[in-house]
Ligand binder design. Structure first.
Ligand code: NAP
Length: 476
């Protein structure tokens, strides 16, 4: 009987394309899906692309695999993933591997990894980015799990991952849920990046009165600058698209209510738990959420905007200002995302190498960008930056951008154009560089109403002022 190197169960778009990618790289792939029509369709349409073993049942799939067995699950995240694990785990033997390439919550991955470890089965939560095209042609892959499992699995995953300068966009991220955690934050950064680009579009459209086709040209030019990235590239394509039915720019006939599915929201929820200020990602999630509140927006349309503001009046130099503001805000969003990864790594003892992440995000994934090379360099430098903003390359970029950035935030407020991503990024930058923050006053207020105590700048210890007494200070 043919011995397949890997089995893939779940043959919707992602699973089918990963199976094809594996087969095209010379691996024999056993394939299975709950509904058999998907397995049949894959073999009929793409069977000629490589060596597939079609399996009707989990038992057949397991029997077709060489040892240690590698079973890649590509089904819906949540309960379906648990159900499929429970179907396969009893069929496996110690040392075998289950890989979950879906968008699982990293806490689920930690739970599953611990449970399967008890049964001597390796569980690898692998973040996969790049959508359906990436899955077929080369995704960015972020596998967690044990080092031992990576030894058996890594070469195969590196084979099918995207390559940049010959380097595969796949590396072992760290134990248990590290891979899915990093994929989650990757998606959070993607939310922030997309929001910032959308704000730049809105500012240029309203501020300069440019048409979508003209804006497509602007984004195309920007793609030649340090902003060069997949998201900027596809922005130009979307803006250039004309709706066949109406002849209007497609962007004008698409409903302006964005969806926010699991991972962006999770990133912010977890950031709150970890106490990491990812304000750029949070604003991006909230902006999508606001866009979806149709009723709230309907009744609010009558609210007055700034008087005397003229659309299209932003003037010369505004486009370059917006480009600089976009770049600076993007640096902040990525810095915040990397801070969250460091905090998660510390909290869960993952020992994640941020430089290697920047390396594997350079290709295959949605946030791929030239800029990630600069992040990699920053983290590979002898002195590791506490924040990316303090890495010399990024500090210089912020210095160069900052006047433009401030002008854009002011202009957005003057014209009444919402730019929450740009504004929050600038506020973060200013808060980080502030000599003193008003948090001192907040501590005073907290001590006043709740005797929460405060620390002093000139002495060790905690203190409380007797606010309802003689207002003298006591050591707490
Ligand atoms: P999907 O729509 O998320 O899931 C459909 C697949 O799950 C089908 O094969 C379906 O089998 C199977 N399934 C659902 N419930 C099941 C159950 N209880 N038992 C067995 N099989 C079950 O597929 P997808 O879009 O290809 O995504 C797969 C995974 O990759 C998801 O976790 C997704 O979040 C993640 N992901 C997706 C993308 C993307 O761009 N789409 C990118 C990265 C990661 P049937 O055919 O029998 O219904």
């Amino acid at each position: 009987m043919t011995q397949a190197q890997i089995g893939v169960t779940g043959l919707a778009v992602m699973g089918a394309n990963l199976a094809r990618n594996l087969a095209r790289h010379g691996h024999t792939v056993a394939v299975h899906n709950r509904s058999q029509y998907r397995t049949k369709a894959l073999i009929e349409e793409h069977g000629h692309e490589g060596a597939f073993v079609a399996c009707d049942t989990p038992e057949e799939l397991v029997a077709a695999l060489e040892r240690p067995r590698r079973v890649l699950i590509m089904v819906q995240a949540g309960a379906p993933t648990d159900a499929v694990i429970e179907e396969f785990a009893p069929l496996l033997e110690p040392g075998d591997m289950i890989v979950d390439g879906g968008n699982a919550h990293f806490l689920d991955t930690r739970r599953r990894e611990a449970a399967l470890r008890e049964r001597d089965i390796h569980f690898v939560g692998a973040g996969v980015s790049g959508g359906e095209e990436g899955a077929l042609l080369g995704p960015s892959i972020m596998p967690g799990g044990s080092k031992e499992s990576y030894q058996a699995l890594g070469p195969m995953l590196e084979d099918i991952a995207a390559k940049v300068d010959g380097v595969p966009c796949c590396t072992h991220i760290g134990p248990d849920g590290a891979g899915h955690f990093v994929k989650m934050v990757h998606n959070g950064i993607e939310y922030a990046d997309m929001q910032l680009i959308a704000e730049a579009y809105d500012l240029l459209r309203q501020g300069l009165g440019l048409t979508p086709a003209e804006l497509a040209d602007v984004f195309e030019q920007w793609n030649e600058s340090e902003l060069s990235s997949y998201l900027i590239e596809i922005t130009a394509e979307v803006l250039r698209q004309v709706d066949a039915a109406t002849g209007k720019p497609l962007v004008d006939v698409i409903s302006d209510q964005a969806e926010q599915k699991g991972t962006g929201r999770w990133t912010v929820q977890i950031a709150l738990d970890l106490g990491v200020p990812v304000s750029g990602i949070a604003e991006a999630v909230f902006a999508r959420s606001l866009s979806g509140h149709a009723e709230l927006r309907e009744v609010s349309r009558a609210l007055p905007g700034p008087s005397g503001a003229t659309a299209g009046s932003a003037g010369e130099g505004f486009a370059e200002d917006v480009r600089q503001a976009l770049y600076a805000s993007k640096i902040v969003a990525y810095a915040q995302g990397f801070d969250q990864i460091r905090a998660g790594s510390t909290e869960y003892g993952w020992d994640i190498n941020p430089g290697s992440l920047a390396t594997i995000w350079r290709g295959g994934c949605i946030i791929r960008a030239d800029f990630l090379d600069r992040i990699r360099e920053a983290y590979e430098a002898e002195t590791k930056p506490v924040t990316l903003l303090a890495a010399p390359y990024f500090t210089d970029a912020l210095i160069l951008a900052q006047e433009s950035w401030r002008r854009v935030v002011v202009k957005a407020a003057e014209l009444g154009i919402p730019a929450p991503g740009f504004s929050t990024a600038l506020a973060y930058y200013d808060a980080l560089r502030a000599e003193r923050l008003p948090a001192a006053l907040i501590q005073g207020q907290r001590d006043f109403f709740g005797a929460h105590t405060y620390r002093r700048v000139d002495r060790e210890g905690s203190f409380h002022t007797l606010w309802s007494g003689d207002r003298s200070e006591v050591e707490a």
